[in-house]
Design a protein around this ligand. Sequence first.
Ligand code: GDP
Ligand code: MN
Length: 376
Amino acid sequence: MDLYEYQARGLFEEYGILVPRAEVTDSPRRAREIARGLGGRAVVKAQVKTGGRGRAGGVRLAADPAAAEHAARQILGMDIKGHTVRQVMLAQPVDVEAEFYVSYVLDRAAGRFLAIASAAGGTEIEEVAESRPDSVARVPVDPAEGVTCAKAAEIAEAAGLPPQTVDVLVRLWQVLVREDAVLVEVNPLVRTRQGQLVALDGKVTLDDNARFRQARWGEEKTEHGDALEAAAAVKGLHYVRLDGEVGIIGNGAGLVMSTLDVVAGCGARPANFLDIGGGASAQVMADGLSVILSDPAVKSVFVNVFGGITACDAVADGIVRALETVELTKPLVVRLDGNNAARGRAVLDAHAHPLVQQASTMDGAARRAAQLAHTS
Ligand code: GDP
Ligand code: MN
C-alpha cells in the first residue's frame, strides 16, 4: 500500500526528519485559513498516489490566502494520471538552494535493499538516470546490517551529497525498517538557503505482508469509479471490469490474461479479468460468479482452470457448491485441465446443470463461450 504524501510527511516528522509545516483539507475555504495560519504564502499540493504532480499542475505556489483558496479550487477534482484529487496539502514554502534525491527500495532479486541517491534531485529520477546516469548512485544495503552512520556516509559520498545528509539517510532507513516499508523516497530533499535539510516530498510504500501490524493506516481506500469493481474489491477479488460480453474466471493471473486473448481471438470480447488464484474455494467461486452475473453486458461465462496444487476436483466441488448459492442466469462453459482433471470433470458431470457445459481444451471452450455469447 502506498501512503499519501501527507502521511509520509507525518512519518518523516516522527523520525526526526525536517519537513515543512503543513495541513491537509478537501475544502478551498479551509485552504485559505490554513494558508493564513502558515503566514500567508503556501505551496498547494494535490494529494494523489502518483508522482509528477508538479508537472501536471498539481503543485502551485500561492502568494496569499486568497490565491491559496483559488489554487485549491483548481487542484481539487483534477485528474492526475487517472487519480482524482480529493485532498490538497498546504505547506509552508521554503527557499530552495539545492535539490537532492534519496531513496531505499527493496531489491527482491538480490535479496537486499538498494540505496539510490543523487545530487540532481527534483525531477523524476528515471529521467535523471537516463540523461545523466553517472549522477545516480546505487549502493546495496544488507538488511541485516542496515544503514549505520558509516553506511550513510558511503551512500552520500557515492552520490556526491553533502555530509549533512548522513543523519537524514540514517533516519530514513529507520522509517523503512520500523514501518515495514519496501520503498521510501524523498524527492526533493532540499537544502534551504538557511542551510537546513528539509524533505519537500515523500513517497512510502508499505509491505502488504505486514498489514497485520499496520492498523494505524486503516484499510486502503481504493478509488473505484465502477460499482462492480467496488463490490468485487469488498469481497477481496482481483477483478477488473472490461467492456465485452464473455465473463472470465480463471486461476492465476497469467492464465487469465491468456484466456482474455483466446476469447478475443474467437471474435468475442472479454467482460472482465478475474483471477481467483490458488485455493479456489466455493466461496470465492460463488463471489466471483455473482459479481460477473450482475454485469448486464455478460452473455456467457468461461471458467478456465488449470489444476496445480489445488486439484481440478477441488475446483469442481467449489463450482458445484457455488451453484447451490448463486442462481446461474447465463450459460457457463468450464474447462478443467491439469491435476485431477478427469475427476473434476466427473464431479461436474455428476451434478449436471442445464446451463453448464464442459470443454476439454482452452480453445474449444473459448469458441463455445463466444458462440453462446452471440446467440443468447
Ligand atoms: P511531484 O512533482 O509529484 O514529485 O511533487 P513535489 O512535491 O516533488 O513538488 C514538485 C516540485 O515543486 C519540487 O520538486 C520542488 O522543486 C517544488 N516545490 C515543492 N514545494 C516547494 C517549496 O516549498 N518551495 C520551493 N521553492 N519549491 C517547492
Ligand atoms: Mn517529488
